[in-house]
Structure formats: C-alpha cells, structure tokens
Design a protein around this ligand. Structure first.
Ligand code: NAD
Length: 281
C-alpha cells in the first residue's frame, strides 16, 4: 500500500490552518517564520519558495531574507541575532547548505534554541537524546507521523535505518528506539547490507544514493520509508529505493515524490506553531 505523504501532510496542514486562524483573536497575531537564504543555489531557492508557500496556505507570516553568496559569516550571524531579539519572530531557519566561507555549526548554534524550528541546535539535539522536551527535527518527525497514519506501531519491531546523518538517520533511529523498536543503523562501512535489510520489519532509507535498495534486499511485508531525493539515469526524480522492485514486497511504501518530502514541510509548519504557542504560556 502506498503511504502517501501528500495525503497525510494535507490533513496536518488543514488542522494547522484551522488552529492558526484562531490565533489573531486569541493572541493578537499569527506565528512568524523567518528563513535566511544565503546565495543562489537553485535547489535551495525551490525549498525556500515551498516553505513560503506552505506558510501562506496555513496563515503563518513568512519573511524570507536573501543574502548574497559572498556574505560573511559575521553578516549572517548579525542577521540571526537580529531575528533572535525580535519578539515578533517565532521560528528561524537558515537554508542549508550555506556557502563554504560560512561555518554551518556556528550558524546553527547561533539560532536561539526556542526558535530553532529545524531542531538542529545542539541544545535540541541533546534534549532529544535525553528524552527531554525539544524541537523534533522535521523529517524524522514526519516519518513517525507516516508510520502512525499507517497504523504501524514500532514497538517490538526490527527497524533498520540506512544513513547516519544528523538531519535524518541519527534522529529517526532515536525516535524509533523511543517508540520501542529494536534499531540497527547501517552506513557506507556496513558489511553485507542486504543480510541486515532483509531482517527489517521497518526500513528507513536516508542514504542519498539513487535506487540503492532493490527488491532482493527486503522481506515480504516490510514497511519501507524512502527519504532519498535523487535523480535516476534519465534525470527523473527518484528515491533511494528502487520502487518498482520493492513495492510488490512491501506492506507499505512511501513514493518519491509525494512521500516523506511533503511531511518535512508540514512538520516545519507544526514546529513553527509549537514555537509560537510556547511563547504564549
Ligand atoms: P547525508 O549525505 O548527510 O548522509 C547519508 C548517509 O547515508 C551517510 O551516513 C552515509 O554513510 C550513508 N550512505 C550513503 N550511501 C550509502 C550506501 N550505499 N550504503 C549504506 N549507507 C550509505 O544525507 P542526508 O542529509 O541524511 O540525506 C539523505 C537523503 O535524504 C538525500 O537524498 C537527501 O536529499 C534526502 N533528504 C530528504 C528529505 C525530505 O524531506 N524528503 C530531507 C532530508 C534529506
């Protein structure tokens, strides 16, 4: 069965829009997300535009701050400081990757933790690993919502995650562990990957390697979550999973596009609303 992020995210966004519509009367204003885009990376420009559109459709105020590709780290840090101090801004994110002259870790650390709607700040990462209240990163959060929508309870299941990035692999493994799955993490140094993926009841693939997971690598009934956003030999958008050979074996599978991607943006909107509400207490 197809696990449609398009469908689940639409429902989530509709719920958020209804909630946000009540905010001006209750709290005097709508939530506000500020996005900093440094440089002119075409993919980043598309992501930023999609985030602005999502804000618009939900009623969240959006400011996109574009800075030239040769901006200094100091200039970006100054912009973040200004946004941190602006009480009318609830969420801040810097679109990654940033140009080489800018240190990504320093940028992420500079964002006020309570406004870090991406959930990348070291304080949020530490809190996640300590099971403390935190901003849950958007893509892993979206994956857990997709599993819940499919009625898949990770408890007691064997989950395999391919990829150990800070953005997807590591946090999604932690969320699965917290949901009582038994989690195995795989990466480029993993020996005999297929022997491990074939044990998976839940398989999350976040490797950035087009169609690397093929039908012979999954067992019947596996729930397959494809995080990848790649291009095949013909330049067509595809995931890390070879959909045609894997789908017949999977009990649930996320398509690319229309799977995890839309969930990431919807969860960013949810995190912005959460950051806003946390300030109203
Ligand atoms: P990354 O490059 O930071 O990490 C990739 C990880 O996969 C690494 O840990 C690496 O060891 C592992 N890996 C790579 N090739 C492998 C292989 N052949 N076998 C085993 N392990 C392998 O990437 P990331 O930021 O985690 O993103 C992963 C993919 O997910 C990319 O395609 C990215 O575009 C996509 N992505 C999608 C969304 C979304 O919203 N849909 C969000 C974030 C990332």
């Amino acid at each position: 069965m197809i696990l449609s992020g398009k469908e689940v995210s639409s429902a989530l966004r509709a719920g958020l829009a209804a909630q946000v519509a009540t905010f001006p009367e209750k709290y005097g204003r709508a939530p506000h997300l500020a996005v900093i885009l440094v440089g002119d990376n075409p993919a980043s420009q598309i992501y930023v535009r999609n985030k602005a559109k999502a804000c618009e459709s939900i009623g969240i105020t959006n400011t996109t701050i574009t800075m030239p590709a040769d901006s200094t780290e100091e200039a970006v840090l100054a912009e973040i400081k200004r946004l941190n101090e602006d009480s009318g801004v609830d969420g801040i994110l810097v679109q990654l990757p940033v140009p080489k002259q800018i240190n990504t870790a320093r940028i992420i650390e500079a964002i006020a933790r309570e406004k870090d709607v991406d959930g990348f700040h070291p304080g949020n990462v530490a809190a996640l690993w300590q099971k403390m209240p935190c901003m849950v990163p958007c893509t892993p959060k979206g994956i857990m919502k997709l599993l819940a929508h499919a009625g898949v309870d990770p408890k007691g299941k064997r989950a395999v995650v391919i990829g150990r990035s800070n953005i997807v692999g590591l946090p999604v493994a932690k969320l699965l562990l917290d949901a009582n799955a038994t989690v195995t993490m795989c990466h480029t140094r993993t020996v005999d990957l297929p022997s491990i993926t074939r044990q998976a009841e839940i398989l999350v693939v976040a490797a950035g390697a087009a169609k690397m997971v093929t039908g012979d690598m999954v067992s019947d009934g596996c729930v397959v979550i494809d995080v990848g956003m790649d291009h095949d030999a013909e330049g067509k958008l595809c995931g890390d999973v070879d959909y045609d050979s894997v789908a017949p074996k999977a009990s649930w599978i996320t398509p690319v596009p229309g799977g995890v991607g839309p969930m990431t943006i919807a969860c960013l909107m949810e995190n912005t609303v959460e950051a806003f509400l946390a300030k109203q207490k």
